[in-house]
Design a protein around this ligand. Sequence first.
Ligand code: ZN
Length: 60
Amino acid sequence: MGVPKRKTSKMRLRTRKAANRWHAPHLNKCPQCGSTVPSHIACPSCGYYRGRQVLTLEGK
Ligand SMILES: [Zn+2]
């Protein structure tokens, strides 16, 4: 069985853990309606994504 030769140092461990730390999603302005929308997500208020209507909105 493979066994680590060296103990993982605190810095190495923390550097590794920092790579998959949670961070706030990147927010973009919707070019269609100007509301704040996470990137790679269709705008929930106007239903546009990459200049195209992709969601059918009930109501208005
Ligand atoms: Zn929009």
